[in-house]
Design a protein. Sequence first.
Length: 428
Amino acid sequence: MERTLIKDLKNHTGQEVLIEGSVSVRRDQGKMVFFDFRDRSGSVQGVVLPNSGAIEAAKEVRSEFVVSVEGKVNQRPEKNVNANIQNGDIELEIKKIEIISVAEIPFELGSEVNLDTYLDHQPFTLRSEKAKQVFKVQDAIIQGFRDGMRGQDFVEFQAPALVGGDAEGGAAAFTVDYYYDQKAFLATSPQFYKQIMVGVFERAFATPKVFRGEKHSTTRHLSEYSSMDFEMGFIKDHTDVMAVLEKTLRLIIEKVGLPVALPEKIPTLKLREAQKVLGVSQDEPDLEPEHERALCEWALKEHASDFVFVTHYPVSKRPFYTYEDENDPGFTKSFDLLFRGLEITTGGQRIHDHDTLVEKIKGKGLDPEKFKFYLEAFKVGMPPHGGSATGLERLTARLLNLPNVKEATLFPRDLNRIDTLLKTDKAE
């Protein structure tokens, strides 16, 4: 007998079927045994009747056992119909049950446990309905991003994870032993490569894993995360980049299907304007986390928006390749996008003139010779361009109002966590 997916059982009422999946719940009621079975397509209730030939095998089956089940799809009596769940109007009368794999579980799936316990047991806890929904949303986000990019004439490329230097000019990078005693780094950003690809495709995007080695352990930071990056040529300034990002975000939100306050146009403030709204010093080069939260509360109240753009960060705060606003000296044509109290995106216009870029590199105390490969793209001609990078896990966490970005991360890496659970002494 061929396997039938659980979602298709409604098309087989009155027929014998074979399903294969896992046991979510086992319930003993008198001489009958009830099960909830699940596979990739959904779930269904099954029952072993007192005189069934499957009763002895059913006594051995427990939660999370992987099973093969043969039975008859029956219509539920009217009083037992549950219209609020999948297959709430049918039931599988179990004729035969075979154990494919036994399970020894640390606790009931879906139990409320602290975050460390949840993460320590992720091979198990990821099977919970809550976790599956989180990462189905994340799957929809990445699909929406790709659809948004391709719909605006962007070409996807694969950015390298091993690089010869730190593109961000300050972010802590993980060092890697490379061939012939050379030193390499895990990429902190695909920035240089996506700029190079502007000279190739004009519009390019990537969804790489990037790595940050800062010694932190917060609810918003990860040592490894997924970045949704794009770069585009022939722009007039950073607002062109913001427009592409905004259009893409609308597609993502539509695909995800969750309620989000998103007006016709996302409100935009310069950093100094945002600081004035918040009543904080305009001498600071950035916003603190509590300022980001307060500014998003303001945007929601005043503009019915969960999002707010903050532009014109100081030259001193941004990487060397960021374009300085000629009409606002000392400040850049750059932006952050805040969403529900958290910065999820950084972007802006980049310097496209070779000689200016060399001077900016020197101004940061760096050696242009070490950027020779990157600089060749500008030596052979580059258009005005810009782009942005959005953290996939941060966006997921804020869409679902998860308090910790690790909850939106498959197998998170941070200061103390990697799969071996190896813990080293923390730096003083």
